[in-house]
Design a binder for this molecule. Structure first.
Ligand SMILES: [Fe+2]
Length: 185
C-alpha cells in the first residue's frame, strides 16, 4: 500500500525513510492536489485477467509497456546507478510505473519545493506528471520489479535540474497554478 510523507533534509543514505520529526504524512488526495501525481491500486495476483489495468491502459492511451528489475544482482555498478536515478530531473512525458514486487521511493517536489517521498510496494501504480521535478531510489531492500508504460514510442530521456526552459516544465507550472482537476481518478 502506498504511503507518502514530507522528507527531512538529512544527507545520509537515500535508501532510508527520511521522515521528518515528527512524521508528516501526505494523503493520496493531498499528493494529487499538491503535485498532480495520480495513484491506482492494482491487484498483482489478478491484474492480467481482472480488467482493471486494461481499462486504465485503454482510458489513458498506454500503448507501450515493459518490465524492469532493479537489484544489486541485476544492475552492473548498482551503487552508481542508484545515484544516477536519484538525480533530480523531469521528463516531457508522464512517468508511469506499476510495482509488481519489491519496493522503492519516488520523491517529487511540491509547489513550495519541498520533497514528498512516495513509498511504493507491490500493487502500487503511480503516474508522475510531465514537467515535475522528481527522482527515484530503491530502499534498503534493494529490490524492485515494475512495469513501465508509455503513450506511443517510449522516451526515457531525463532533463536534469535546472530544466526550467523545457516547455513541459512551463506547462506543469501552469497546471499547478490553476489546480489539478478534481476526481481525476
Ligand atoms: Fe524520471
Amino acid at each position: 500500500m502506498v504511503n507518502a510523507w514530507y522528507m527531512d533534509t538529512e544527507q545520509n543514505d537515500q535508501r532510508l525513510e527520511h521522515h521528518r520529526n515528527p512524521p508528516q504524512f501526505v494523503s493520496l488526495k493531498q499528493l494529487y492536489e499538491k503535485t498532480g501525481v495520480e495513484y491506482f491500486s492494482i491487484n498483482v495476483d489478478t491484474y492480467l485477467t481482472d480488467g482493471v489495468l486494461d481499462k486504465i491502459k485503454k482510458d489513458r492511451g498506454y500503448t507501450y509497456e515493459d518490465d524492469i528489475t532493479c537489484s544489486k544482482e541485476c544492475l552492473p555498478n548498482y551503487e552508481e546507478k542508484l545515484k544516477s536515478f536519484f538525480e533530480e530531473h523531469l521528463h516531457t512525458d508522464e512517468e508511469i510505473r506499476l510495482v509488481l514486487d519489491g519496493s522503492g521511493y519516488f520523491d517529487v517536489r511540491d509547489g513550495d519545493e519541498q520533497w514528498i517521498r512516495i513509498q511504493v510496494t507491490a500493487g502500487d501504480m503511480i503516474v508522475i506528471p510531465s514537467g515535475i521535478y522528481h527522482r527515484f531510489t530503491l530502499d534498503t531492500n534493494n529490490f524492485i520489479r515494475a512495469k513501465r508504460f508509455f503513450i506511443g514510442e517510449p522516451v526515457w530521456l531525463p532533463y536534469n535540474r535546472p530544466a526550467d526552459e523545457v516547455p513541459a516544465r512551463q506547462d506543469y507550472l501552469r497546471r499547478l497554478k490553476e489546480g489539478f482537476p478534481v476526481a481525476a481518478n
